[in-house]
Design a protein around this ligand. Sequence first.
Ligand code: GLU
Length: 310
Amino acid sequence: MARGRFAPTPSGDLHLGNLRTALVAWLFARGSGSEFVLRVEDLDPDTTTTGFAVRQLQQLRAIGIDWDGEVVHQSQRRPRHQAALAELERRDLVYPCYCTRREIRQAVRAPHSRPGYPGTCRNLDTAARRRLESEGRRPALRLRSTGLEIRFEDELAGSVGAPVDDVVVRRNDGIVAYNLAVVVDDADQGVEMVVRGDDLIAATPAQIVLAGALAITPPRYAHVPLALGPGGARLAKRDGAVTLSDLAAGGYDPAAVRALLAWSLGLSERGEPVTMDDLIDRFDPAAIPRDPWTVEADILAPSEPTASDG
Ligand code: GLU
């Protein structure tokens, strides 16, 4: 048993790839009789909206995903995030960084620069910090990383390792960064198993380091290969009917979308109607496809309207 979760960012409607990852996360939890919780990752007021948060929850429910307890909104958790930042500061594990994106880009282009953050602000003394602040610069906070490789066992991707960069833990506009918030919030929600898209696999070593710094036991991880559009790039709106409402226009009701996702996961025949209970019975983590799901053009092209539509 391992309590699972899904943690979407409400910056748009969920598309087939997001719904598929959510379904896998739900199946990992429910398939082992575990609790499943939800968190709306609405930290950034510039890119997320309450409207999308509400719609995303409706979209999850429509395909049959349920959850335990109240939905947690990350934006309501600032005091916990601040406490974590204070703990990292107290332990001298973070430092202020005044670099602009452009300065970092330029430094990274220099010969012999190391990958990731070039370390410009790592060892500034107080006078240098004061000078930069007097220029009106507001610092981000970065993790003082050892740069060592962190390796973990992913339940889908196998052994994964990468050196940890000096990741930003608080942006220079004061907003706590995803990498820190996710660690604190998963711990506070009692999450034991993180199932998410494999675009986040590279962020995981830094999250494991942050967990360690905050005396948090990291969860287990399973990173699900992404859905790709017919052209081979990550599935996106430009590919056609990718959201539930687009797909409904093409004749796929939510049950048909569930069937499509189940088929993409090797859990049913194409077009076979399935219930969530069927999927729990059939779910086997070992059988989840290890390659991305390429969504073919015939799925994304809405069908021709029939005579009765007009
Ligand atoms: N909120 C992130 C996203 O929608 C996922 C974060 C996570 O699952 O750790 O991409």
